[in-house]
Every structure is written in C-alpha cells, then in structure tokens.
Design a binder for this molecule. Structure first.
Ligand SMILES: NC(=O)C1=CN([C@@H]2O[C@H](COP(=O)(O)OP(=O)(O)OC[C@H]3O[C@@H](n4cnc5c(N)ncnc54)[C@H](O)[C@@H]3O)[C@@H](O)[C@H]2O)C=CC1
Ligand SMILES: O=C(O)CCC(=O)C(=O)O
Length: 451
C-alpha cells in the first residue's frame, strides 16, 4: 500500500504531463482529469499499476491516424476535410467507438471521446477496446450524394486501419444508418470482402441488429431508472428534459414515455422546444429522422408548444434531466438552476455533457448523477451484440435483444454502485464507473507485458 499523499502527487504529475504532451486539447485534458481524480484509492491498493506505468500508458493512444479527405460537392467544387481515428486501447478487445462528423471536430475532441470509450467499453463486460474517429466535415445542408461522396473518400483512406478483429467503428454525432451504409459499401468494394463485423449500426437487411438505433437512449433511461430505484423511486410520473433531438435524444424520450415519465422539452443546436403537455414523439421522428428538418418546425404543428431560439433548456423546471446532445452543455450555473428547480436525477446520454463545475454542483446536492461513460454504454454494448450476431451469422428478435440490453444496463449500474460503495463513496457513480472500468483494462495490460 502506497500513501494517499504520494499517490495524489503521482497522479497530479501524470496529469501535468498529459497537458504538456497534448497542448491545446482542452476536452482531452478535461476527460483525463475527471478519471485521474478518482483513481487514487485503487492505485494506492495496487502499487503495481504505478510501477508498470499503466496510467501513463492508458493516457497515450496506441495509434493516432490523421488523414486528408478530399471530395467534390454537387456543383463540382473541391473540398478538403481532415479525418481522424484514434485507436486508444486494445487491451480487452478490438478498438471500438463511433465516428463523428461535425465542424467542431479536431484531435482533442476525438481523443476525449476515445479515452472515455476505453472505460465505457470495459464497463459493458464485452470484449471491446476503446477508439473514436471523425471529421470536421459539416453534413448540415448537404445532399445525399454529397454525403455519399464524403463517406466514400473518408473510408478510402481509413479502410486499411479497420477490420472485425482490429477496429470496428459505428455512428456518433452526424453519422447514422445512412452514413454507415455508404462506408460499409466502400469498405466492401475496396477489400473485396463481405465482412459484416467491421462496422456496427448497419441496416437490418445487411447485418445490422435490431435495437441498435434505440440502444443508447433506451440504455440511458434504464440506468436512470435503476439509480432512482436505489432511492425507492422511479421514472413514473416524472417531468423530464432531454436535450438534443438526434438519435440518442429520440430514443431516450421514447423509453421515458414507455416507463411513465413525461418529457416536456428537447432541443437542437439552434433552439429549444417546450411543450408542457408532453412532447409529440411521432412528430419529432418525422421531422428529424425522415425529413432532416430543424426542431423549430415542431411549433408550427402544435400551437401550445413554445420555441425559443438559442434558449437554455436547463432553465425549464424538471425532476429528471437527460443531456443527450453534446459535450459541456451543462455548466455550474445550469446545474445550480436544475437543482434549485427540484431535479433529482441527471442521466447523461451524451459524452461528457456536464463540465467539472456542473458535476460538483450535482455531487454536492447528492442527486443521482449518472455519468455518460456508464449511463450511455447501452449503445456500444448493443454494437457488441451486433458483432456477436454477425460472428454467429444469426439475428435475434427485438424482444430478445432488448432484454439483453436491459440486463447489461442493470449490470453496469450494479457494478458502478457496488464499486463506489466498496471504496466508501456510496452513490458516487463517477468514482464507481472510473474505478470499475479501469481495473479490468489495467489488469489486462499487466498480463500483456510492456507493449
Ligand atoms: N449514437 C450513439 O450510439 C451514441 C451517442 N453518444 C453521444 O450522444 C450525443 C448525441 O449523439 P447522437 O444522438 O448520436 O447524434 P445526432 O447527430 O443524432 O444528434 C445530435 C443532436 O444534438 C444536437 N446538438 C448538437 N450540438 C448541440 C448544441 N450545441 N446545443 C444543442 N443541441 C446540439 C443536434 O442538433 C442533434 O439534435 C453525443 O454526445 C454522442 O457522442 C453516446 C453514446 C452512443
Ligand atoms: O457503438 C459504438 O461502437 C460506439 C458508440 C459510441 O460512439 C459511444 O459510445 O460514444
């Protein structure tokens, strides 16, 4: 056993080194700080992790690929974007994690997402390592043909680094079933292989899994319901806010409604819809999944709904908040408003949506704060179920697959809860998730020797 003071000093030094070696990558620094702040007790108990420099190694990606993505728009103009894939850690399985297309993407965003993915994937109990990719390409307003040409160009470089036993991407912001289809088609063409397991989130007619589109939102809602159960409560009758109106948000709203909660607001990057009588999910699906329109249009179908351009969704009173849009969408001020308005649970469908000040407010208020790397793990877990079905050349029913997802989420909740309790911090899901996710990866790295 090493003294806590020495461990803290060591972890602080590792963090300083990460900042120095990765200048300007502020989101990556934030994600590392949040994990290292909780690892002290487990490192003090297992000095071997320090001797073998496991934490230093976990913070350094195994491989980072940055590449040019040239493509032509419908008018024939040439555009050059930048593509990324960070293959962070393969100790417990092939690199696994989504691809994000958004103009804000740069190396620091992909690294924070890839780093979180290591621990999230470990928590699922499935054999998947951590990775993430993306591009600063902005899909907004682009035609189907332009999206196809971009995806083909992106995969024309990336394909050589992928494979069902090497690296298996999926969707994230700006990448859904349509984009995965174009990427799969180009991968097949370039490799002359029908290799279903190389991508997940595929269409149902060509190797996809039922429940994968619903999985992240459903899973996050199951996790929050478990956290409420611990407090002898449930989602039944709760007023809920769900930020975003993309894949994760839509299926979070759906599961909350199925479990008896009422969602009164959602958003997109332009503004917020507030519908006190409860959101009309069929309309949101039509606007967003089919017509790819802005959420502002919702208000023209429901006269009792209110749209606020650039509004702040967290100012609307609720009991449960499910941030499901993007990173750092809740700051300390937003968190304080939520708590003051009676919010008792926050379930993160997005990755790192709450900044450090916000997390402190939630933890000080002792509400059920469910961090993304545990709460939104249902998406990647169901991707792993898709890989299982591909390997068996099988496909399971919706009911069977959803049951497996629910069991996985209940299991992740229990693991995080018990780990936090074991380390004397009952109810601290941040600590529980980080320590439980870390131990499995760290032990595998020890077993594999110095690589
Ligand atoms: N798709 C998946 O399976 C998983 C996604 N996530 C995370 O969930 C979040 C959402 O991802 P998806 O739903 O897949 O993407 P999406 O592209 O389907 O939807 C993103 C939504 O967020 C909104 N948005 C983006 N920036 C915003 C801002 N600044 N303010 C308000 N709204 C904003 C967009 O307008 C859109 O409605 C991301 O943080 C992603 O990393 C996490 C786990 C799995
Ligand atoms: O399904 C996957 O592989 C990735 C999901 C994802 O990107 C995430 O968990 O953030």
């Amino acid at each position: 056993m090493v003294s806590m003071a020495k461990v803290d000093e060591k972890l602080h030094g590792i963090y300083q080194d990460v900042v120095k070696r990765n200048p300007g990558e502020v989101e990556y620094h934030q994600a590392v700080a949040e994990v290292l702040e909780t690892l002290g007790p487990v490192v003090a108990k297992n000095p071997e992790y320090l001797e073998r420099k496991i934490i230093e190694r976990i913070c350094e990606p195994e491989r980072q690929i940055i590449f040019r993505v040239p493509w032509q728009d419908d008018k024939g103009e040439v555009h050059i974007n930048r593509g990324f894939r960070v293959q962070f850690n393969s100790a417990i399985g092939p690199y696994k994690g989504g691809i994000r297309f958004h103009p804000s993407v740069y190396l620091g965003i992909i690294k924070f997402l890839g780093f979180e993915q290591i621990f999230k994937n470990s928590l699922t109990g499935m054999p998947i390592g951590g990775g993430k990719g993306g591009s600063d390409f902005d899909p907004k307003g682009r035609s189907d043909d332009e999206i196809m040409r971009f995806c083909q160009s992106f995969i024309t470089e990336l394909f050589r680094h992928l494979g069902e036993h090497t690296d298996v991407p999926a969707g994230d912001i700006g990448v859904g079933g349509r984009e995965i289809g174009y990427m799969f088609g180009q991968y097949k063409r370039l490799t002359n292989r029908w290799e279903a397991g190389v991508l997940t989130g595929k269409g149902l007619k060509w190797g996809g899994s039922l429940v994968r589109p619903e999985a992240t939102g459903y899973g996050a809602t199951y996790f929050v319901n478990e956290a409420l159960k611990v407090r002898n409560d449930s989602l039944e009758g709760k007023t809920c806010l769900v930020s975003g109106s993309g894949n994760v948000a839509i299926y979070t709203i759906e599961k909350i409604q199925q479990l008896g909660g009422k969602c009164v607001a959602c958003s997109d990057s332009n503004g917020v819809i507030y519908h006190e009588n409860g959101l009309d999910l069929a309309l949101i699906k039509q606007l967003k999944e089919v017509e790819r329109r802005r959420i502002a249009d919702y208000a023209s179908y429901h006269k009792d709904a209110r749209y606020t351009a650039n509004g702040n969704i967290w100012e609307i009173p609720c009991q449960v908040a499910m941030p499901s849009a993007t990173q750092n969408e809740i700051n300390g001020k937003d968190a304080a408003i939520l708590v003051k308005n009676g919010c008792i649970a926050v379930g993160e469908g997005a990755n790192m949506p709450t900044n450090p000040d916000g997390i402190k407010v939630f933890q000080d208020a002792k509400i059920a704060y469910c961090p993304g790397k545990a709460c939104n793990a249902g998406g990647v877990a169901t991707s792993a179920l898709e890989m299982q079905q591909n390997a068996q050349r099988d496909s399971w029913t919706f009911e069977e697959t959803e049951k497996k997802l629910e069991k996985i989420m209940v299991g992740i909740h229990k693991l995080c809860y018990k780990t936090a309790e074991e380390y004397g911090q009952a109810g601290n899901y941040v600590l529980g998730a980080n320590i439980a996710g870390f131990i499995k990866v760290a032990d595998a790295m020890v077993a594999h020797g110095l690589i």
